[in-house]
Design a protein around this ligand. Structure first.
Ligand code: HEM
Length: 143
């Protein structure tokens, strides 16, 4: 199947990016999923947002079943020429930590989480200690 397949460039595939003409790239293969959009259990929007890029990670993140992967072969139209994938849309490999721009909202929520990590156990310990102390001191004198 692969040897006779047509090879598409990114530009060619990316043109098919709407509901009436929708192609996706998954694992180096090109699929024309136009007839499937209305039947897709995950909805059409999610597939449309996977156009104009390498959708491999998006597709695999969902954990599609074996039967979904089998189904997909019906829509195969050719191979994808990975050399034509523009660098700015290359999401086929997760970005390295260095490449990710620092996100301040993530940073601050990470900081809050760190504080909670330390403060919560201390609060629990303090209230356990206070309860024990209060429990003891409020008991009637046994002697
Ligand atoms: C030809 C391509 C595709 C086929 C044949 C396909 C098929 C399916 C099928 C059969 C399901 C139901 C669950 C399962 O059996 O795995 C599903 C769910 C789903 N798919 Fe796809 N899919 C395709 C492409 C995509 C793409 C590109 C995305 C983009 C992220 C996507 C996102 C989802 C989501 C979000 C669900 C719902 C998962 C859930 O609610 O649990 N699918 N798909």
């Amino acid at each position: 199947m692969t040897s006779n397949s047509k090879v598409f460039t990114f530009e060619e595939v990316a043109k098919h990016n709407h509901k009436n003409d929708c192609w996706i790239i998954v694992n180096g293969k090109v699929y024309d999923v136009t007839p499937f959009l209305d039947d897709h259990p995950g909805g059409d929007e999610v597939i449309l947002s996977a156009t104009e890029k390498d959708a491999t990670i998006d597709f695999e993140d969902v954990g599609h079943s074996d039967s979904a992967i089998e189904d997909m072969q019906k829509y195969y139209v050719g191979e994808f020429d990975a050399n034509t994938l523009p660098a700015e849309v290359d999401n086929s490999t997760p970005p390295s930590r260095q490449a990710v721009a620092p996100n301040t909202s993530n940073q601050s929520s990470g900081f809050v989480l760190k504080i909670l990590q330390y403060v919560l156990p201390m609060l629990i310990l303090a209230s356990a200690y206070a309860l024990q102390y209060y429990g003891k001191s409020s008991k009637p004198n046994e002697s």
